[in-house]
Design a protein around this ligand. Structure first.
Ligand SMILES: Nc1ncnc2c1ncn2[C@@H]1O[C@H](COP(=O)(O)OP(=O)(O)OP(=O)(O)O)[C@@H](O)[C@H]1O
Ligand SMILES: O=c1ccn([C@@H]2O[C@H](COP(=O)(O)O)[C@@H](O)[C@H]2O)c(=O)[nH]1
Length: 249
């Protein structure tokens, strides 16, 4: 059994059948747009594993790792931690989950994150779920969050908004140009936002189901054709033997 990256690479190179088909959805949007809140709902309804890049970095910071101080400073300043650190944490978490469907929340945050993830894993997201929310609303939510985060203060929030506009929005635009963005109006109440989110995931489930049905029908048809061909060959051979026997002395 290979690693999760092996599985993904096999899919891309097509050199051998993948161990499993991985489904990755990137969940993007500004700080406080409601990504984590909605991911929790998606997990319950659609069986995905939620991986928040920010949560993984905070856990790494608190684990006493060599990168701890660097991560702490970067989070406080709203800066983007180098891709290699974040990707390593994401891949480890994917591997450990045992699942094959992932919501990657808050990543990729810039072009370098996006390109590095793609080249290391060969994984292309199924789509990007984009929570669109006005800055004033996001600011209000983050300031009321009360989870003891070191970056939920007005100074850090302003820096995070700036990084989001300069570095993260271009990633969303990149995926939009490839038709991969599913935009959600995240300014509405939680329940209403989830109605819109549910529609996106339900249509993905239906697409997968239709694909499976068509594949199943093709396999059935192929089997029937083989049986029919086999029987025809048998009948033709018997006919030849019969005709042959008529001419035997
Ligand atoms: N639609 C909503 N309406 C009002 N409040 C919301 C809504 N969605 C989430 N919240 C609240 O806003 C705060 C931020 O939400 P959440 O943590 O889900 O955002 P996030 O996008 O994951 O943020 P970050 O990127 O900073 O981690 C939380 O306190 C949450 O309860
Ligand atoms: O891919 C990532 C994700 C996060 N960061 C840093 O963490 C904080 C907090 O992220 P949240 O998604 O709001 O939990 C973010 O401001 C970055 O400093 C990162 O560097 N790379």
């Amino acid at each position: 059994m290979g690693t999760i990256v092996d599985a993904a690479n096999k899919e891309v190179n097509g050199s051998s059948p993948p161990d499993k088909k991985l489904t990755v959805v990137f969940v993007l949007g500004g700080p406080g747009s409601g990504k984590g809140t909605q991911c929790a709902n998606i997990v319950q309804h659609f069986g995905y594993t939620h991986l928040s890049a920010g949560d993984l970095l905070r856990a790494e910071q608190n684990s006493g790792s060599d990168n701890g101080e660097m991560i702490k400073t970067m989070i406080k300043d709203g800066q983007i931690v180098p891709s290699e650190v974040t990707i390593k944490l994401l891949l480890r978490a994917m591997e450990e989950s045992g699942n094959d469907k992932f919501l990657i929340d808050g990543f990729p945050r810039n072009e370098e994150n996006r390109a590095a993830f793609e080249s290391v894993t060969g994984i292309e997201p199924e789509f990007v779920l984009f929570f669109d929310c006005p800055e004033e609303e996001m600011e209000k939510r983050v300031l009321n969050r009360n989870q003891g985060r070191a970056d939920d203060n007005i100074e850090s929030i302003r820096k995070r908004f700036k990084v989001y506009t300069q570095s993260s929005l271009p990633v969303i635009e990149y995926y939009d140009s490839k038709g991969k963005v599913r935009k959600i109006d995240a300014s509405k109440p939680v329940e209403e936002v989830f109605v819109a989110v549910k529609e996106v995931f339900t249509s993905l489930d239906e697409k997968v189901k239709q694909h499976r049905d068509v594949f199943g029908r093709c396999c059935c048809l192929k089997t029937l054709l083989i049986i029919a061909l086999d029987s025809s060959v048998g009948i033709i051979c018997s006919s030849f033997t019969f005709v042959d026997s008529l001419f035997q002395p």
